[in-house]
Design a protein around this ligand. Structure first.
Ligand code: PCA
Length: 322
């Protein structure tokens, strides 16, 4: 081969190397139109742009790749390089994951951010032990109660079929004497349509996503807690990226976290208006219902502290510091 041709061949190889593309699958469990999912797509686009197309992340929303409870394990095992989970789903594995799913522990956006700061170092350490990294987390809007009939106190929830999405939402049902049925968001519309459940506790966002107004008439805006979704990455997949690509991922993730929080706040206001527009009664809880739920929250925090041990106590102490 002539020298010039060898040089050309070598240059072409180098160019091919420089343009080597990595493809990631990102599994998520909520519909494409949900604000978390839209944020994921923008995150993927930002990474694409910042890396000049070197890292392509495909977002698979609505549990199309893995069902909600399977996503964490899929990321851990590398079946998906990244995925979005809701921490509260994993409380039984490790209580700290469930702290943001406890009623009235952190029940405003400010408190939620404060709790996240206290949880974050513990969660990052745990995820690292599990071969994963935390890219970012975003709170859902505050959680309220959807029912068919009006309710004035917890006693009015007795016996009703209560859709739960986490161990804590099941526990609430038990404590008020309702029947918990675990159904993830992707199957919620169907569960309501077929009468498997007739109430739930979730956000205005999911109320709109899953068209809860088609079968339920009342929304009690209890603002009980703000569970967080978190975007996880498989550590081996992340470590395999070159440094500039890793930096681009981290930068896009930090921006997604800020953008997601702002979106959550806006969606909270917008979706409650939409529910009203669809004919739902959006109401504040009665004093009695509030007091009853507060009691449920106190019981659950006590139970949580017993299970979480010293680590849980430290978390609450850090969170409670002014
Ligand atoms: N929507 C999700 C989790 C919390 C929320 O607001 C759901 O209902 O499954």
């Amino acid at each position: 081969m002539k020298i010039s041709r060898m040089v050309t061949a070598a240059l072409m190889c180098a160019a091919a190397g420089a343009f080597a593309q990595t493809k990631w699958d990102l599994a998520s469990a909520y519909p494409a139109t949900n604000f978390h999912s839209e944020n994921l797509v923008q995150f993927a686009n930002d990474v694409d742009k910042a890396t000049g197309g070197k890292l392509k992340i495909t977002v698979h929303s609505n549990a199309s790749l893995f069902k909600a409870p399977e996503i964490k394990r899929a990321v851990q095992g590398g079946q998906a390089q990244a995925g979005e989970i809701i921490f509260a789903n994993f409380q039984n594995e490790w209580q700290i994951y469930g702290a943001d799913g406890l009623p009235f522990l952190a029940d405003s956006y400010d408190e939620s951010v404060k709790l996240y700061k206290a949880q974050k170092p513990l969660i990052e350490k745990k995820l690292a032990e599990q071969g994963m990294g935390l890219l970012y987390a975003v709170a859902w809007p505050p959680q309220g109660i959807y029912t068919k009939k009006p309710i004035n106190s917890a006693a009015d929830l007795k016996g009703i079929k209560w859709r739960a999405y986490s161990p804590a939402t099941s526990r609430i049902a038990e404590l008020v004497g309702a029947q918990p049925v675990t159904v993830q968001a992707a199957e919620l519309s169907q569960a309501l349509a077929t009468g498997v459940v007739d109430s739930t506790m979730t956000s205005g966002a999911t109320g709109v996503d899953s068209k809860l107004y088609e079968s339920l008439k009342y929304y009690y805006d209890t603002q009980a807690w703000l569970p967080k979704n978190a975007v996880l990455v498989n550590k081996k997949a992340f470590d395999a990226l070159d440094k500039p690509t890793q930096d681009a991922v981290l930068k896009a993730a930090a921006e997604a976290e800020v953008r997601g929080l702002a979106a959550s706040k806006k969606v909270n206001v917008d979706t409650l208006e939409k529910l009203k527009g669809f004919g739902m009664q959006v109401l504040p809880p009665s004093a009695q219902l509030k007091a009853d739920l507060k009691k449920v929250g106190d019981t659950m925090l006590k139970e949580w502290l017993e299970k979480a041990g010293p680590e849980g106590k430290t978390l609450i102490d850090v969170f409670s510091k002014p």
